[in-house]
Design a protein. Structure first.
Length: 216
């Protein structure tokens, strides 16, 4: 009998852990996002017919602390418009123009989470940006390259676990996903590139994004 009680006391912590659907804390964050990118380039809408273009991307970060994480983010945007050339009668159409950008961000991010069941979590961060760009004018060639820059972003995330607790438990059991959030954020990117005339041009801009965050 004493041996049985001793064995029970030894195994009790294991039973408690098995009973608890979520133990420990998450160590990684995965974001999938999309939205609108508003280029800082002057007269963008004049060439592309709109002041913004679609931007899509994602990020993966490691939580060095429950509230602080470091990670990497990639995104992509593309727009097609009409180029212009100068003639004796003024500016004239100069063929189709396709502009593409793909920023690679390395960041530090702080999340204001103080309770695992906290519904609203604000966050902010920023870091280094390497902006890859490509500009193609139909039948006239392509210009491409990359420049250094920086970015800053902030937003708020909404906990979705309580909307369907059974689904949340299944996600943890099958994929070890602790929490799922819906989020919205604003991001500013500055990356200066040299033009043909020798001037500097900010090929970054402002992004308004939304998406899902998975903590595991």
């Amino acid at each position: 009998m004493k041996k049985f009680i001793l064995l029970f006391l030894i195994l009790l912590p294991s039973f408690a852990c098995a009973d608890d659907a979520r133990t420990g804390r998450p160590h990684w964050s995965l974001e999938l996002k999309g939205g609108a990118f508003f280029p800082a380039t002057a007269n963008w809408s004049q060439f592309y017919g709109s002041s913004y273009l679609g931007e899509y991307g994602g990020s993966l970060s490691y939580k060095v602390h429950r509230n602080v994480e470091v990670g990497i983010e990639v995104s992509y945007g593309s727009a097609t418009g009409k180029g212009q050339a100068v003639s004796s009668s003024g500016t004239v159409p100069a063929g189709e123009v396709t502009s593409q950008h793909a920023p690679l961000n390395v960041f530090v991010l702080a999340r204001g989470i103080f309770n695992e069941n906290q519904w609203l979590v604000p966050y902010a961060g920023g870091g280094y940006t390497r902006m890859f760009y490509r500009l193609e004018v139909k039948d006239q060639g392509t210009t491409q390259g990359s420049v250094n820059g920086y970015h800053a972003r902030g937003g708020v995330q909404l906990l979705l676990d309580a909307l369907d607790s059974d689904a949340a438990k299944s996600l943890y059991k099958e994929a070890r996903i602790y929490h799922t959030y819906l989020f919205v954020e604003g991001k500013y990117t500055r990356a200066m590139a040299n033009t043909v005339s020798g001037d500097s041009l900010n090929i970054g801009g402002t992004s308004c994004l939304g998406g899902f965050l998975f903590e595991f």
